[in-house]
Design a protein around this ligand. Structure first.
Ligand code: DGJ
Length: 367
């Protein structure tokens, strides 16, 4: 594909010469990914919802320059039937211009995920929210709802979850006060919730998975039946392991939780853990990445330059999952690209994510 890269001071946009015409038939990780208008897809830290024969990709809308690391627009949505070609559906959740709103322009909205509730027929979006001007100290989760998959979504509220609750896997030591017992510190006011994902199990129950306790421990929380609140049931997993960027899938009855280390926007090594119950315990399995990204000379120790955001089950295929990573560009966030790679499963149920410069869905036929 022919590309024209225009760079004007901090402004840089990639236009594609065949905008809107050529149908893509493959994934090209790390490269600009044009939508139906030829504009690089703007859905960072995203997740994908499959609904009625189409895929919907929701993610952070970024703008140019460092200011793009805060929410200036909101959550963007794209639609696809084949996963290669994405149609711009616009801004699904817009930031507010009301200075009293928790989602006022300039707050931080990260890692939005959307699930569908068949009982209420509502689309429910959860995301990590940081209040404007407070850096990453608020550590709140937030929820929005819509009758239409592409929005507009109505912001409902933000909060720190599981206030006053004990985890289902409580250990005696969790209630012993100490300088590093962040769980106990936050028990009354609610637990921190930063990098997050959502997961709907085969029985229709939905879970919120977030980095908590100063990012030292992940919390897996059952949502209420309408998906709009926390039920109060939660477990603490990967305790003290300091992981973030959670992404999860279920294969043959087992849960696989992919995470990154905590190094801000800089890449580090991924790791995955497996469990027989959604609530754990999760057993660490190691780094699933193999291979090398020639675009940035990064291998498995740096997750090819990316950070996990979601595991996408390919519809109509068994055991077919795409691991989605962001290749962040914090100096000019709109230029961040995406690394989507197929998950390979070994005979021993081990997960491998091999770097590929170009690939298509036929890889799943050969598994
Ligand atoms: C790492 C997180 O995974 C990102 O979502 C973002 O919060 C950055 N840290 C900010 O430094």
């Amino acid at each position: 594909m022919g590309k024209i890269v225009i760079s004007l001071m901090s402004f840089s946009v990639t236009l594609c010469s065949n905008a809107g015409y050529a149908q893509r038939t493959a994934f090209e990780p790390s490269h600009p990914w044009p939508d139906n208008n030829g504009v690089h897809i703007n859905a960072h830290g995203g997740g994908v919802l499959s609904h009625e024969g189409a895929y919907y990709w929701f993610g952070e809308h970024k703008i140019q320059g460092r200011r793009g690391n805060t929410a200036q627009v909101g959550v963007h949505c794209y639609r696809s039937k084949d996963l290669y070609n994405w149609q711009d559906e616009g801004v699904a959740l817009r930031v507010s211009d009301d200075p009293d709103s928790e989602i006022v322009r300039g707050c931080i909205i990260e890692r939005p995920k959307v699930i569908y509730n068949p009982k209420t027929k509502k689309f429910v979006m959860w995301f990590h929210l940081e209040l404007k001007g407070q850096g990453y100290t608020a550590a709140r989760t937030a929820v929005a709802v819509s009758d239409n998959v592409v929005g507009p979504y109505t912001f409902l509220r933000s909060f720190r979850p599981n206030a006053g609750r004990l985890p289902i896997n409580l250990r005696d030591e969790d209630l012993v006060p100490g300088p590093n017992n962040y769980f106990l510190r936050d028990m009354e006011t609610g637990q921190m919730a930063r990098d997050m994902t959502l997961f709907v199990d085969e029985n229709g129950k939905a879970y919120h998975i977030a980095a908590s306790e100063e990012n030292y421990t992940l919390h897996i929380s059952l949502l209420t039946d309408d998906f709009l609140d926390f039920s109060g049931l939660f477990s603490r997993v990967l305790i003290g392991k300091h992981r973030e960027a959670p992404a999860i899938c279920k294969r043959q009855g087992r849960y696989y939780l992919l995470t990154s280390g905590c190094t801000g926007w800089a890449p580090n090594a991924a790791s995955y853990a497996a469990a027989d119950s959604i609530f754990g315990p999760y057993e660490t399995q190691g780094n699933p990445c193999q291979g090398f990204n020639p675009e940035n000379n990064s291998g498995p120790d740096l997750t090819f330059g990316g950070q996990s955001t979601f595991i996408l089950p390919v519809q109509g295929k068994t055991d077919a999952f795409i691991a989605m990573f962001d290749l962040w560009q914090p100096r000019n966030p709109i230029d961040g690209t995406y690394i989507w790679l197929p998950i390979e499963w070994g005979k021993d149920n081990r997960m491998t994510i091999r770097y590929r410069e170009k690939w298509d869905l036929s890889v799943f036929e050969r598994q």
